[in-house]
Ligand binder design. Structure first.
Ligand SMILES: NC(=O)c1ccc[n+]([C@@H]2O[C@H](COP(=O)([O-])OP(=O)(O)OC[C@H]3O[C@@H](n4cnc5c(N)ncnc54)[C@H](OP(=O)(O)O)[C@@H]3O)[C@@H](O)[C@H]2O)c1
Length: 261
């Protein structure tokens, strides 16, 4: 894969999609990995660092503004030219059953941190001497309201719209911006968000396939990558049905993924 980037910052690198990016980027790319799990960060550093590749790790909680500021301070001395704005979480279930604290926590990470980091890093990356890119990890949930995953889907719509708008604003600079919109992917996300119910296994994609398709899209300078044909169909469906019918079907489908316990 011909990717020109020299220094990649990956948020949410300790697991799932972020970890797969860390493993899949060319071995010539210097990695800056961040997450809260310091043990996992150290393991990845030991595994991925070589004589020719440096791996820096930064522990930061992106739900806290101090965590974001610490991360920005730590990357200041690096010339980041690939930013994978990936860290995020979901919360499955009826809106009224969630605590407000949990909802606001999700918004802080999925919206607040994504915005704060883009705002701080994009102008510098656009001035970078050479090509630069930011990938915002949204979701196929960004294309439609999702009852029982309401706030999560809303945060991901925000991420998709932010990425597409910034892609237009930075057009013509050296900075390319794209949104990655995966559908269900085998990571820790399902279990962490409490939705390990009875979704058919076939509807889940392998995390390596998701990242491969994303990096191919990045090579071709795509603006939005929806990995997998099923997800591509899903992303287009809301355009072809009345919104209320779409909301009802989405609610039925999402409810089927409730934890079986
Ligand atoms: N898996 C799916 O089905 C799916 C589908 C569509 C979109 N996505 C999106 O893909 C992205 C990655 O999710 P994943 O599937 O890889 O899930 P995952 O395996 O649970 O990984 C989530 C990552 O986000 C980090 N993170 C969560 N809260 C954080 C916080 N407060 N501060 C710093 N880092 C935090 C976690 O790091 P620590 O635990 O170390 O803090 C972890 O590295 C998310 O934005 C998610 O919305 C996932």
């Amino acid at each position: 894969m011909q990717l020109p980037y020299k220094t990649a910052l990956i948020t949410g690198a300790t697991s799932g999609i972020g970890e797969a990016f860390a493993r899949k980027l060319p071995s010539s790319t210097h990695l800056i990995l961040t997450g809260r799990n310091s043990l996992k960060l150290r393991e990845l550093q030991d595994e991925l660092q070589t004589e020719t590749r440096k791996v820096d790790i930064i522990q930061a909680d992106l739900a806290q503004s101090e965590g974001i500021e610490d991360l920005l301070m730590a990357v200041q001395s690096h010339s980041v030219d690939l930013f994978i704005n990936n860290a995020g979480l979901g919360q499955y279930g009826a809106h009224a059953d969630h605590t407000l604290q949990a909802e606001m926590h999700m918004i802080k990470v999925n919206v607040g941190a994504v915005t704060h980091l883009s705002h701080a890093l994009c102008p510098t990356m656009a001035r970078h001497n050479g090509p630069a890119a930011m990938i915002v990890v949204a979701s196929v949930a960004a294309f439609m309201p999702l009852p029982y995953f309401a706030t999560y889907a809303a945060t991901k719509t925000y991420d998709l719209h932010l990425a597409e708008s910034l892609a237009e604003e930075y057009k013509g600079s050296g900075l390319h911006i794209m949104a990655l919109c995966p559908g269900p992917t085998r990571t820790n996300f399902g279990e962490r968000s409490g939705m390990s119910g009875d979704s058919p296994e076939a509807s889940y994609m392998d995390v390596n396939d998701v990242v491969d398709e994303c990096l191919k899209g990045l090579e071709r300078k795509k603006r939005v990558v929806v990995p997998g044909w099923q997800n591509k169909v899903l992303a287009q469906l809301p355009r072809f049905m009345p919104r209320r019918l779409g909301n009802m079907i989405a609610g039925i489908v999402v409810q089927r993924t409730r934890p079986s316990a």
